[in-house]
Design a protein around this ligand. Structure first.
Ligand code: ADP
Ligand code: MG
Length: 284
């Protein structure tokens, strides 16, 4: 097995952290417990603004919990978190979320769903401007024709596009996504991955993405950096530089055909398998 390229943990923990005091997401020694069992153990991560990072791990490794902590929906038991130098406390428009359950109001048309979110976020925006911004966000995700439709009239992929449009309309520089494409068929999933990459590449300043998935191929295709969580307790077991695998513009076919991709994929599978085996023997 080829050893995967690892981010230099010390570099991230040390000088980059200093450089990033005012820019990016910093998690320092984060512990989290729901009750007496430790769910997340000493998570230490520095994510520079503009990076596209995936959090990859098996089910139960604490990916959703970690994302909810960053979103400010839950509070760490221990440790410090900041975004662009400001401590993370509660939810904020700075940190937008897209979850797998679409969370659109079923009784409202798609455009109203987004317009109302804009109104809550920026009450000074006029009604007409809210609708115009909502329509613009829907056009960006390819939903121009579905503007007046209700969520139940949309396919899963279209609902997820609408959820992305809402996050875009709110303008958050940091986007937290928890397996947003997990329920989609492979073709729609691939389309939405490309949509997301297009949004990321077109954003100026570059938006920061923290994208949770348990799909290795998805992580390798989307992100410059793959942070792998092991389970029981959830902790970082690897922090891989993936940028060298990615071509610009992204080319799925080239990537999936490349030897470097298969080596990285195998290395990740081995890391995840080793984590599972360790727990099996610990439990025995
Ligand atoms: P993942 O998203 O990686 O599948 P989660 O963050 O959902 O992992 O869960 C991590 C661990 O925390 C699991 O063992 C899960 O059972 C536990 N857990 C998740 N949510 C709760 C909760 N609300 N109360 C108690 N335990 C929870
Ligand atoms: Mg989860």
């Amino acid at each position: 097995m080829r050893t995967p390229r690892n981010h230099n943990a010390d570099a991230y923990a040390g000088n980059q952290k200093e450089e990033m005091q005012l820019s990016g997401l910093i998690l320092e020694n984060i512990d989290f417990s729901y009750d007496t069992t430790l769910t997340l153990d000493n998570i230490d991560l520095a994510i520079p603004a503009g990076q596209f990072v995936t959090l990859l791990g098996s089910s139960g490794s604490g990916k959703s919990t970690l994302l909810r902590l960053i979103a400010g929906l839950q509070t760490p038991t221990k440790g410090k978190m900041s975004w662009n130098g400001a401590p993370i406390k509660g939810t904020s428009l700075e940190r937008g979320v897209v979850f797998q359950d679409y969370a659109l109001f079923p009784w409202m048309s798609v455009i109203d769903n987004i317009a109302i979110a804009i109104g809550k976020a920026r009450p000074a925006t006029s009604r007409a401007a809210r609708r115009e911004e909502a329509a613009e966000a829907l056009r960006k995700v390819g939903l121009a024709a579905a503007i007046g439709k209700y969520p139940f009239e949309l396919s899963g992929g279209m609902r997820q596009r609408a959820a992305i449009a809402r996050a875009l309309a709110l303008g958050s520089p940091l986007l937290l996504m928890d397996e947003p494409f997990g329920a989609l068929d492979p073709v729609n999933r691939a389309r939405l991955q490309d949509l997301l990459l297009g949004i990321w590449e077109a954003s100026a300043p570059r938006k920061t993405f923290v994208f949770v998935t348990h799909d290795v191929d998805e992580a390798l295709y989307l992100s410059e950096r793959v942070v792998i969580l092991g389970s029981n307790p959830g902790r970082v077991i690897a922090d891989l530089d993936n940028a060298h695998l990615l071509n610009h513009p992204r080319d799925r076919q080239n990537l999936f055909a490349s030897e470097a991709f298969h080596a990285q994929r195998e290395a990740i599978a081995e890391l995840l398998a080793a984590d599972t085996l360790q727990h099996l023997s610990a439990a025995a």
